[in-house]
Design a protein around this ligand. Structure first.
Ligand SMILES: [Zn+2]
Length: 222
């Protein structure tokens, strides 16, 4: 409640803008950008999974990772643009609430950053997206259920095998959280690139006792 009041106050001082062109809209995407964004919205949000994604039961992404979504995602990360995360989470919430594969979700888990990464920013984009996505749904966010316990190299330049090696045992569910784990969770991240990170997160959750693990992202690379 207090957070909502603070947000309403902040909206008066910093009016909500279109997440893409930054025009003041009071919330939501402006009409012009809506046309542009619609072109990269995926008709079917389901992401096709391969044998490499053996721990993920289902994955969905709202957009293709292309403009204007790409710039909006980068701005969330680089310019600490929480307002954009709030606006874009509306489309994540729609998918979460309408796809039958997510119906049994008991909790949402943001893909974690390492303690060092988190410390340097104090937030992560997946945390913001998770927080706003579950708004008014009654689904809790479990930010401390899954931790990144080891630093990893940037995934982009690595081959499939190197990526798996790089991520091995990078994520873990702390002992203190292993009791009363939800049976079904949805992992939230900004982009589904190769899916290796999401799969390692799902694997760690399943090793700890989670039975059903889905992934939901704003975008997926082609
Ligand atoms: Zn716009």
């Amino acid at each position: 409640m207090k957070r909502r009041l603070l947000e309403t106050a902040a909206d008066l001082i910093f009016p909500r803008r279109c997440p893409f062109c930054r025009e003041v809209t009071g919330g939501g995407i402006c009409d012009e950008c809506a046309v542009w964004a619609e072109k990269i919205r995926r008709a079917d949000p389901a992401v096709s999974l391969s044998a490499e994604h053996d721990a993920i039961d289902f994955a969905a992404a709202v957009y293709w990772y292309d403009e204007p979504v790409r710039s909006a995602i980068l701005r969330m990360k680089d310019a600490e643009d929480r307002q954009t995360a709030r606006t874009l989470s509306d489309c994540l919430r729609k998918v979460l609430l309408t796809r039958s594969e997510f119906r049994c979700a008991e909790a949402v888990v943001p893909v974690p950053a390492s303690a060092q990464e988190f410390k340097s920013r104090g937030y992560t984009v997946p945390m913001w997206l998770s927080e706003f996505t579950v708004r008014d749904t009654g689904i809790p966010v479990c930010s401390d259920t899954l931790l990144k316990v080891r630093e990893t190299k940037r995934q982009a330049s690595l081959s499939g095998q190197e990526r798996r090696k790089n991520l091995r045992k990078a994520f873990s569910v702390p002992e203190s959280r292993r009791e009363n784990l939800p049976n079904a969770v949805v992992l939230i991240d900004d982009v589904f690139t190769t899916g290796s990170t999401l799969n390692e997160c799902a694997r760690a959750l399943k090793c700890a006792g989670v039975e059903y693990c889905c992934a939901l992202t704003l975008a997926v690379t082609k």
